[in-house]
Design a protein around this ligand. Structure first.
Ligand code: CU
Length: 334
């Protein structure tokens, strides 16, 4: 009902404006004014609006930077992220420079050179020098950005080193499971046909490589200063492993393994201190709209010192021990 009333109000408003314009035109005709004539006075007024807009607009931009700037991500917690942030800031610096200059010219010139009767605009058909300047400068700047970008991209996407800690991140609707490769640093085989309620990753219990694997949910730990190699899998639809504080993201695709790696450089405790926020936690999010509970598909990441990481990892039981556990429980129940 309210919707219909709003529609009716909008339609009536449009009619009302139409009639007002008609009344204005008739009044002008009666006064002997030429219809739609733009006077120098009108142009002067508009030019002043242009200049006012320039200042209001920049004030708005500065206000937005001030109020929303602090909501952006804190400094990068991974090694490659520092280089990425530098590249991002370099891009932003160029953008802001060009943005400021062009907007000042746009609105200041509209103010200064507003239309006056008898004034004629200069007509320039072609100017080689100008063409060169506005082609060569952007080309050089773009080339610099692309070269820096490619250099970083090659480093980030290069294969991980052999001694990197291997962790599988398994995505399904709607949660994450992390699996550590254990002492042998090799993940055991898995197969979707083996998936059951007790074996959500479909681990193959005949593969000895999987015996020392450690499966954790809700929270996973990684050690400071060590390279971590993530192997990403998805069960049913495409998910995306997004770790914003580490400037890392990679799609998880059913039927294949995707990979990424990074080295954390700030522990959770250090970051809490830096941000003066004792509740801060690194987070793994799903960044692909994968279904109704996509928004809640997350896992806490804890960056520990090497010693704390080992203690945490040792407190977890391996796949083999866990597989044996249900029998123990059954005995206890009897
Ligand atoms: Cu998802």
């Amino acid at each position: 009902m309210i919707k219909i009333l709003v529609y009716v109000a909008v339609v009536l408003a449009v009619f009302a404006i139409g009639y007002l314009v008609k009344v204005y035109e008739l009044a002008s005709a009666l006064k002997g004014k030429k219809q739609h004539e733009v006077t120098d006075g009108d142009n002067r007024l508009m030019s002043k609006f242009m200049l006012t807009f320039l200042f209001v607009f920049f004030a708005f931009v500065i206000y937005n930077l001030e109020s929303y700037g602090p909501r952006t991500l804190p400094e990068s917690a991974s090694e490659h992220g520092v280089a990425l942030d530098w590249l991002f800031n370099f891009n932003m610096a160029i953008l802001f420079f060009v943005f400021t200059i062009t907007h000042i010219f746009l609105f200041y010139f509209a103010f200064k050179y507003y239309g006056r009767t008898g004034n004629k605009a200069t007509y320039i058909a072609h100017n080689n020098k100008l063409e060169m300047v506005w082609t060569v400068i952007p080309a050089v700047v773009l080339a610099i950005i692309i070269i820096f970008g490619l250099k970083n991209w090659n480093k980030i996407t290069a294969p991980a080193s052999k001694d990197a800690i291997v962790i599988q991140l398994y995505a399904k609707q709607f949660d994450w499971t992390a699996r550590y490769a254990g002492k042998d640093n090799e993940l055991g085989e898995s197969n979707y046909k083996l998936i059951t309620g007790e074996n959500p990753l479909g681990m193959d219990s005949t593969d000895v490589k999987g015996n020392d694997d450690i499966i954790v949910r809700n929270e996973f730990h990684i050690p400071l200063g060590k390279e971590i190699e993530f192997k990403l899998n998805a069960r049913e639809v495409i998910h995306s492993a997004y770790m914003p504080h580490f400037r890392a993201q990679m799609n998880c695709v059913p039927g294949m393994t995707t990979m990424m790696h990074f080295t954390p450089i700030i522990t959770t405790a250090q970051m809490r201190e830096k941000l003066n926020n004792p509740k801060f936690d690194y987070i793994l999010l799903c960044n692909k709209i994968c279904g109704v509970s996509h928004y809640n598909m997350q896992m806490t990441i804890v960056v520990d010192t090497e010693a704390d990481y080992q203690t945490w990892l040792n407190s977890k039981s391996t796949f083999k021990k866990k597989a044996a556990a249900p029998e123990v429980k059954a005995v206890a129940a009897n």
